[in-house]
Ligand binder design. Structure first.
Ligand code: PSV
Ligand code: MN
Length: 392
């Protein structure tokens, strides 16, 4: 049935002067990286509800990621968190990924779970702790080389819980010094992405609290350091699309962690709470495709009660919908209206695209890619969940 709806949509888009084939091409080339940690059991400090069939090790996490790619066609890489995904045979893991038709993506060092990091990692007053955190980063750079990854994705839980607990400036200088030591180890084609988060786990201050701090570090470090925007890491009401546009224009947007949130946490499904915000973010990416070329699009969601693989497919579909809607914005009319000060016509270009049902377009794209037009239903009838429940 989607063919008829697709033809009607094509006519509508063509009448606006939009290049439907070019739009489909972009949708086919969209790439989304899924996180290994999104396939395992997770929860809150109150309870982790265990799910049958979840992966028991990194190899099984890769299997799930590969199945998500098989269903969606646009998720060919998976991010790893070290040591959660540590293995003693990285070559074997890399080869296993290749056999599954996927790649290892961003490598995420973890300097927040050991007892020694209670008072911070790179911001710690103790040079011994800072050195330990550095060694872990160096190990992660080695893992990048063993797995073929080009991205070191950095997030720090460093912060203080009480006023007076730490010296902001001294901590800042420790941070920069450590980040510089990491940066100098990077080869020319490797990048480090600096993620920010304004609170949690620390409740008083976070050392890399916002995009400005991450940006400042990235500028000081050099071209291979960029900012990572995790959608859930801003105070309520923050204009994330503006941050995205600014960073893109500065060549400093390195990547995303996609998710959504209602209150303070960041693990809700991307596009599930504020789809208009997600659409506006994609509009900024479409507006500057050249700068967005090397942006890494990653999901960072731990699905507490949703079935993991299914939730990941659903998330990817939401991201495709947002991107498709951004691609059908009549940018020519938008720009003309902006220049003429015609505020209503300008806004209307966005609203009209957002209100358009792009599902027939996405169904067509998927069919042309040789996958099901409805990945969620295809997954449900694939028998994969039953298979992993009985195997694991
Ligand atoms: C922190 O909340 C974060 O967003 C970072 O990206 C971590 O690496 C990830 O979640 C997993 O804990
Ligand atoms: Mn994140």
């Amino acid at each position: 049935m989607h063919e008829d709806a697709y033809k009607i949509l094509c006519k509508k888009l063509a009448s606006k002067g939009l290049d439907v084939e070019g739009i489909k091409q972009r949708l086919k080339q969209q790439r989304i990286e899924t996180p290994s940690w999104g396939y395992s059991d997770s929860g809150t400090r109150f309870k982790v509800f265990k799910q049958p069939g979840v992966p028991r090790n990194v190899f099984e996490r890769l299997e799930d990621a590969a199945f998500v790619h098989k269903m969606t066609g646009v998720a060919p890489s998976v991010a790893l968190h070290i040591p959660w995904d540590a293995t003693d045979d990285w070559q074997a893991l890399r080869q296993f990924a290749q056999e599954l038709g996927i790649e290892i993506g961003a490598i995420n060092p973890n300097v927040f779970q050991d007892d020694c990091y209670k008072l911070g990692s790179f911001a710690n007053e103790d040079p011994g702790v800072r050195q330990r955190a550095l060694e872990h980063h160096f190990e992660c750079i080695e893992i990048m080389r063993l797995t073929g990854s080009k991205i070191l994705s950095l997030w720090y839980a460093d912060g203080t819980n009480y006023p007076g607990q730490g010296d902001f400036r001294r901590r800042k200088r420790y941070f920069l010094d450590c980040l510089e030591q990491v940066y100098t180890r990077l080869k020319g084609d490797e990048r480090m992405l600096i993620e920010y988060k304004f609170f949690e786990p620390a409740f008083y201050h976070t050392d890399i609290a916002d995009w400005g701090i991450a940006y400042s570090f990235a500028i000081k470090l050099g071209e291979q350091a960029q900012v990572l925007v995790d959608l859930g890491h801003h105070p309520q009401g923050t204009n994330i699309e503006h941050i995205v546009a600014f960073l893109l224009d500065e060549g400093k947007l390195g990547g995303f962690h996609f998710n959504n949130r209602k209150y303070a946490d960041d693990d809700l499904t991307a596009g599930s709470i504020n789809p208009y915000e997600l659409f506006l973010i994609y509009c900024e990416l479409v507006a500057d495709e050249k700068s967005a070329k090397n942006v890494v699009y990653m999901i960072d969601q731990s699905h507490n009660i949703k079935p993991k693989v299914e939730a990941m497919i659903q998330t990817i579909m939401n991201l495709q919908t947002a991107y498709a809607k951004a691609l059908i914005v009549d940018r020519k009319t938008l720009t003309e209206a902006q220049k003429a000060g015609d505020v209503v016509t300008a806004e209307q270009q966005l609203i009209s695209a957002f209100n358009t049902d792009v599902e027939p377009l996405l169904a067509q794209v998927r069919t042309e890619m040789g996958i099901s037009p409805d990945p969620l239903s295809a997954y449900k009838s694939s028998g994969y969940l039953e298979k992993i429940i009985s195997k694991r």
